[in-house]
Design a protein around this ligand. Sequence first.
Ligand SMILES: [Zn+2]
Length: 259
Amino acid sequence: MGGVPTLIAFFAHPDDEVLHAGGTLARAAAEGHRVVLVSATDGEMGPVREDQVRLRELASSGAALGAARVTTLGYADSGHGKDLYPDPPDRRRFVRAPHEEAAEKLAAILREERADLLLTHDAGGGYGHRDHVHAHEVALRAARRAGGVRTLTAAIPLTAPIRLLRLTSLLTSPLALLRGPRTFRTALLRVEHTPRARITHAVDARRYASHKQAALAAHASQVRGPGRSAGAFRALVNMRTPLFAALLGREWWTEVDRG
Ligand SMILES: [Zn+2]
């Protein structure tokens, strides 16, 4: 073997790589690791778009983070609502892809890259998006198939999102203050927190906050859109970098037991 370990970041949608792993990936790339981004989906609910806007944004995000390669397994987004829509005419929604099929596609990339480390969603998928949960399960199978790959899942300790929500809510709208604790509590309920004891790695990537912030800004279609998550994205993109670093400069991981 020898050489510097190669990291593969496997997440469900373009933009998932930033908030969970952007700092870790930027720091790893700056320290000489080969970093590869793999998105399970192209981020689209409908037929493949000619302009491939979200994949182009993913490529820009990867460039901001220092990734050497950016690719997708090519599935469609399964959406987060109550209903799972039928597949678009040209491809399957990710959650309908059999585990073994998707795992073999990812394992092929792990083998080709001689990957040492695989970063992915946690078992609960953060806030439970069906594609995030599916990506976690697929990643674990792929790592087993490829062999010799350590797997780390994104961890969210209780303190970080509280600070994040507080600050982004304040920046998004002063009215959030008036809506007060109930808004926070509702939002917090959606996020599944990781008990401290389960966290195996803490990554201080505050020095790379500007890279992470640039990667977030690269997902312009998500920053522009309506809705609460776009508002939060905008607040983060427009935030002064030292504050962004204080808020999102650290990332946490749980190593999956090998066996
Ligand atoms: Zn996602």
